[in-house]
Design a protein around this ligand. Structure first.
Ligand SMILES: Nc1nc2c(c(=O)[nH]1)N[C@H]1C(S)=C(S)[C@@H](COP(=O)(O)OP(=O)(O)OC[C@H]3O[C@@H](n4cnc5c(=O)[nH]c(N)nc54)[C@H](O)[C@@H]3O)O[C@H]1N2
Ligand SMILES: Nc1nc2c(c(=O)[nH]1)N[C@H]1C(S)=C(S)[C@@H](COP(=O)(O)OP(=O)(O)OC[C@H]3O[C@@H](n4cnc5c(=O)[nH]c(N)nc54)[C@H](O)[C@@H]3O)O[C@H]1N2
Ligand code: SF4
Ligand SMILES: [Mo]
Length: 741
């Protein structure tokens, strides 16, 4: 022990408060105050996370919201009155009851964004019991289309974390996915280890990402054109006879239709669409098909392309299937149902939703039936043959999109949304067409808007009530996003490091307290720990028993794969449905045609003359978790502004110096960012940081913490035709122009 270390401190386990990943920590607590936080090295997440050192800065920051507040002036005027939790809960519950009685329970929408811990699952539980199918969570912001495509094709999802097995996996395609940023140095190490063991590492990404820097083969497609590449690869694999004939024969339906679908996608044609070379396209197809087993990862880059994602995500699913890579060790091994916890049971929507007033499906159902209660039920029926609960897909896909949320508020189309409860969404910053989101949230047509957060976001400025949430240090956690979202099968557990400070409450308590005032008595254990006990019942461990283990985690039973040989695939036919019966039943084509994004060089050739660059926006950055942590000085020092990365030749032609302010413009307007030269980009492609706002600026209307200054999402369309078949926004891959200021 060092001489100057306080003697009465004890290292306590807990959860890192900085982002929703919720890594385990060890903290020193003195007199009830946390004085030092370190990573718990037994945790699966890294001590190397660049944000982790900021735990205390985050927890103690003077701008944190610490007390419930009620709006007393006009929406957005910044006039607040401090009230008690009881008053807030009584008033909010009374207003929700009135809205439910007048408009039906569907008129209440709950919003959650990126993964934030146990609040999300508590929110869905509440929504089910209240009777509203209108929830939004990372199923939309992180792109549900990719999982839906897999569920519609083979009923399960393969290696969602995208981790190659060194020595076994022969080829790994990181497609629109950059694990060293979201998963840290551990992921980079694994990729290097796999490569050293002989795995071919392939990266498909317009940027020279951290993963691209580790690759054997790196392809830089034009943002938004990945669907053409996928169909081109299938074309090559079929025409060169490189597919797994036996697996296709025995297990796949719709192979002839697939052949026909991809026939036009010759290497030459694909090269023209994607700005790749014919040689690259041939090489990626042949390498993947001849190095087995192989994986193709999930990726935000491929699922944030709106309607262009349809061919991309189905194309990825077809590739995994026709090469025989489904459910094989080292390939796309299927995740098993979570055996330790009963999240899926919690998400058994049509059992829970029993409110007599509820008569309508969610607000998307008329546009994107896959993302509806009807779609969820059809999908679950298909899965039921394989999984007794059969709800894996079901829950995640049922999620409204911001496009219809705005129409429901502003135009009552297809029916009114009158209340929005936002818990951990920075809605004006993270959602597409931010101006329309603003119009909806500022509208008098919205009767009630509640925001629970750690900070006063631009969206919170428009709320009627703002509520303070606990962070990781102050609340217990039953971790691992996968588990809490109803798929994935490992859980970590950590007790609170200290009791909640000020008047911060667990997100869980919001739902419990509203629920108990709205007829849900008996459904809500008194504490979050109590709810965790209930959830963990299948494991026969209590939450505190799990948290007290030397390794406070539950892992899945390892699988040898090929479980389909006994039980079939979790589809309507029990086979891999290249032509999807589920999609057809819901009114979609059985296979999606390739489509360009709404504003692309090919879909808008005339406009492309005026907007001659293509922009992809929002790759995850090291220092921030989406819109978060802009308040923290250390982060801002490292990444002070929204950067626009641009090829130096292109920049110089435009008279833009490295580090100079620029405007990025799409047909919807312009934002200001700071140029950053990147000679690894294609000269006609730029990357814009997304989710930017300036918490240090004036918080009230009209400034709203600088949300209109650099926020690329106000330049992104949200029209129904721009979105994926699941209603996911077209966040990346638009034509744009860049101008010096
Ligand atoms: N153009 C473009 N737009 C994008 C993206 C992109 O790549 N490009 N990425 C998209 C993706 S993948 C996502 S997930 C979304 C993210 O969208 P959001 O989820 O809206 O954004 P976040 O920044 O993750 O967090 C939102 C809020 O949650 C609050 N918060 C953090 N922890 C807690 C908690 O424990 N409790 C409560 N109540 N609040 C908490 C934060 O303070 C923050 O205000 O953005 C999407 N938007
Ligand atoms: N440090 C950190 N970690 C995070 C987050 C964070 O913001 N910061 N966000 C969290 C969240 S909410 C999520 S959803 C996950 C996301 O984790 P990832 O899936 O890795 O998401 P991104 O980095 O947004 O996008 C992955 C890659 O897609 C590329 N890309 C962009 N456009 C295209 C395209 O048109 N085609 C192709 N093929 N690729 C393209 C980007 O350049 C980027 O390198 O990470 C989580 N972890
Ligand atoms: S900031 Fe997020 S990823 Fe980093 S250690 Fe904390 S919880 Fe983990
Ligand atoms: Mo996300």
């Amino acid at each position: 022990m060092q001489m100057n270390e306080p003697v009465d401190v004890a290292a306590k386990r807990g959860t890192c408060p900085v982002c929703g990943i919720g890594c385990l920590t060890k903290s020193h607590v003195k007199d009830g105050v946390v004085i030092k936080v370190k990573a718990d090295h037994k945790s699966s997440m890294p001590a190397d996370c660049p944000r982790a050192g900021q735990s205390l800065a985050y927890h103690n920051h003077p701008d944190r919201i610490n007390f419930p507040m009620k709006r007393v002036g006009k929406r957005g005027a910044g006039q607040w009155q401090r009230i008690s939790w009881d008053q807030a809960m009584d008033e909010i519950a009374a207003r929700l009851a009135a809205i439910r009685d007048q408009y039906g329970p569907e008129a209440v929408q709950t919003l959650g964004g990126s993964y934030k811990g146990p609040g999300d699952a508590a929110c869905w539980r509440w929504s089910s019991l209240f009777g509203t199918p209108n929830i939004m969570h990372l199923g939309k912001t992180c792109g549900s289309a990719e999982y839906n495509a897999q569920w519609a094709t083979y009923g399960e999802i393969g290696s969602p974390a995208g981790r190659p097995t060194p020595g076994v996996t022969k080829c790994a395609i990181f497609w629109g996915y950059n694990p060293p940023v979201p998963q840290g140095v551990g992921a980079a190490k694994l990729i290097k280890e796999a490569r050293a063991s002989g795995t071919k590492i392939i990266v498909i990404d317009p940027r020279r990402s951290e993963t691209a820097q580790l690759a054997d083969l790196w392809l830089q497609p034009r943002p938004g054109s990945d669907g053409a590449l996928a169909y081109g690869m299938i074309h090559i694999i079929i025409s060169e006879g490189l597919y797994d004939k036996e697996f296709v024969e025995d297990w796949c339906l719709g192979f002839e239709e697939l052949k026909e679908l991809v026939a036009p996608f010759t290497p030459e044609k694909v090269a023209e669409i994607t700005w790749l070379s014919v040689e690259q396209i041939l090489e990626v197809a042949r390498t993947y098909a001849t190095h087995k087993p192989g994986i193709i990862t999930f990726g935000l880059g491929t699922v944030h392309q709106g309607r262009a994602s349809n061919a991309t995500v189905f194309g990825k699913a077809y590739l995994r299937a026709i090469t025989g890579n489904l459910d094989v060790p080292g390939g796309d091994l299927f995740e098993e149902q979570p055996e330790h916890a009963r999240f899926r049971e919690e998400m058994y929507w049509d059992k829970l939703i029993s409110h007599p007033l509820r008569t309508r499906d969610n607000i998307n159902a008329h546009l994107w039936p896959i993302a509806s209660v009807r779609g969820m039920q059809a999908s679950r029926e298909a899965m039921a043959k394989v999984h007794p609960l059969g709800v894996g897909a079901a829950f995640y896909q049922m999620c409204t999109s911001s496009t219809t949320l705005c129409s429901a508020i502003l135009e009552q189309d297809p029916y009114p949304i009158k209340a929005v409860i936002t818990q951990g969404t920075n809605s004006l910053v993270a959602l597409a067409n931010a101006k329309r989101v603003h119009e909806a949230l500022a509208s008098d047509k919205l009767d009630l808007h509640v925001v629970m957060d750690h900070w006063m976001t631009p969206g919170a400025q428009l709320a009627d009530y703002v509520l303070p949430a606990t962070d990781g240090l102050e609340r217990p956690n039953l971790g691992a996003a996968g588990g809490m979202w109803g798929f994935g099968n490992w859980f970590t557990a950590a007790e609170r490091t200290i009791p909640p400070t000020h008047e911060r409450h667990d997100d869980y308590e919001l739902w419990k307290d509203l629920g108990n005032r709205l007829g849900q008595q008996g459904y809500w254990p008194d504490t979050l720990e109590g709810w965790f006990d209930r959830l963990l019942e299948p494991s026969r461990l209590s939450f505190s028993e799990l948290a007290a283990r030397p390794m406070a985690a539950l892992f899945p039973t390892p699988s040898d794969g090929k479980r389909y040989e006994q039980r079939g695939f979790a589809t309507l036919s029990g086979k891999v449905e290249l032509a999807s019966g589920l999609m057809q039943r819901l009114g979609y084509p059985a296979m999606p045609q390739y489509e360009e994004p709404v504003w692309s060089p090919i879909s808008q050739p005339e406009l492309f003359k005026e907007y001659p660059l293509v922009v992809t926006a929002g790759a995850a950055t090291k220092w921030y978790y989406r819109s978060q942590q802009r308040q923290l000085e250390q982060m801002r020092k490292q990444h002070p502004y929204a950067f626009l990365s641009i090829h130096p030749d292109t920049a110089r032609d435009l008279g833009i110096a490295d580090g100079a302010p620029v405007y990025v413009e799409t047909p919807m307007g312009r934002v200001r960012q700071i140029s950053r030269y990147d000679d690894a980009l294609h000269p006609q492609v730029v990357h814009a940081d997304s989710c930017w706002w300036y918490p240090e600026q004036e918080a009230n209307e009209p400034n709203l913490s600088g949300v209109w200054e650099s926020n690329f999402n106000m330049l992104i369309p949200d029209s129904p035709e721009s979105l994926s078949f699941a209603g996911d926004a077209n966040l990346r891959g638009h034509i744009c122009r860049v101008l010096p200021i």
